[in-house]
Design a binder for this molecule. Structure first.
Ligand SMILES: Cc1cc2nc3c(=O)[nH]c(=O)nc-3n(C[C@H](O)[C@H](O)[C@H](O)COP(=O)(O)O)c2cc1C
Length: 231
């Protein structure tokens, strides 16, 4: 396949789950957001709202959510209090999506040597999400509830722009729906209004090149399998 710098940036993006402590300046984050905001959106509605968490605001949110994540494990009835604000995943999983999801989970846990029975390790690995995988910058993305499903399409383009622009500057990311169930804690913490809905979170920073977890590469279905050519 012939490649150019745009392809290179896209193809080098992977979800990174271990970051170094190397800081990212506010200026760089602002630049990434400006580039991302060139994403197209239906009638130029630009539905994205962004909260950038660094320093104490990032650590305090992580502490709050980790505490609730632990408490929910002790008392699963608490989970009912923490619901996602929109269905990111289907209510009922079917093939081939459930198979891909399982494969994804087991490749990650397999790589880390976490077996099905290692519930403590699994919980701890999952909880790494709520520390933004130690990335110095955490982002929360919200949009107005009044907006339609199409705005989520627009939002996806904004998020991808952001992640690809990050690659262009040697930075890495992990988009995170893991936060979505904890909107009740996150929204007041970041100062979002009740009109807003949490779309997802994201970790941003420099990849820890020595971390085993970052060696994960995910497969893709070949073009012929998801494309119908109509002549
Ligand atoms: C919107 C969105 C939310 C995601 N949420 C999480 C998450 O909470 N935690 C996580 O470790 N990975 C998360 N991922 C990463 C996916 O698992 C990953 O994109 C997928 O396995 C493909 O791997 P790649 O990103 O390395 O190409 C998310 C991805 C997207 C697009």
């Amino acid at each position: 396949m012939s490649q150019n710098i745009v392809d290179e940036a896209i193809l080098s993006r992977r979800s990174i789950r271990a970051f170094t402590a190397q800081p990212v300046t506010k200026e760089v984050v602002a630049e990434l957001l400006a580039v991302a905001s060139r994403a197209p959106s239906g009638t130029n509605t630009q539905p994205w709202k962004v909260y950038v968490l660094q320093g104490a605001s990032r650590t305090e949110l992580a502490d709050k959510v980790c505490a609730v994540h632990d408490a929910t494990r002790q008392d699963p009835t608490l989970a009912a209090k923490y619901q996602e604000e929109y269905d990111y995943y289907p209510q009922k999983w079917v093939s081939p999506y459930i198979d891909r999801r399982r494969e994804n989970g087991w490749s990650l846990y397999g790589l880390l040597g976490i077996g099905k029975a290692d519930k403590d390790k699994m919980h701890a690995q999952h909880q790494r999400n709520y520390r933004f995988f130690d990335a110095p910058v955490g982002l929360m993305f919200t949009m107005d509830r009044v907006m339609g499903r199409g705005s989520l399409v627009d939002f996806g383009m904004f998020l991808q722009n952001f992640m690809v622009a990050a690659r262009g500057r040697g930075l890495d990311t992990c988009p995170q729906a893991a936060w979505n169930g904890f909107a009740k804690i996150i929204m007041p913490h970041i100062g979002a209004t009740p009109d807003e809905m949490l779309v997802c979170g994201m970790a941003l920073g420099y990849a820890d090149q020595s971390a085993l977890v970052n060696t994960l590469t995910t497969p893709r279905v070949p073009v012929e399998q998801f494309t119908n050519w109509l002549d």
